[in-house]
Design a protein around this ligand. Structure first.
Ligand code: SF4
Length: 99
């Protein structure tokens, strides 16, 4: 998966707005509990969400949106909250270096 360069957004690259990519989300129609697990959510549900993300046509813009808007809860772009925290640190670090 290739994210847009820092300071650049997937939407700018492709001309697709955040609203438009969401209309193609593979998670549309699933209950919130699948993509917004809580502490006592069984890990199999988290894995189920990540599996759905792995087939999603808009995984990249979804993850980029989550990183750029600091979505701290839920599964976005196939990443958990913890995975995204690590990715976001790297993403911000790169962004600061190139600013
Ligand atoms: S990548 Fe996952 S969370 Fe994002 S839109 Fe697709 S299915 Fe939904």
């Amino acid at each position: 998966m290739t994210l847009a360069r820092p300071g650049q957004t997937w939407g700018v690259i492709t001309g697709v707005t955040a609203t438009r990519w969401k209309t193609r989300a593979a998670c549309a129609g699933y209950p919130d509990m699948v993509f917004f697990p809580t502490g006592d959510t069984p890990s199999r549900l988290v894995e189920r969400a990540k599996t759905i993300c792995s087939t999603c046509a808009v995984r990249e813009p979804c993850l980029e949106y989550a990183l750029s808007t600091n979505q701290v809860a839920g599964i976005w772009g196939g990443t958990t909250e913890e995975e995204r925290r690590s990715l976001r640190r790297k993403w911000l670090s790169t962004r600061r270096r190139t600013a």
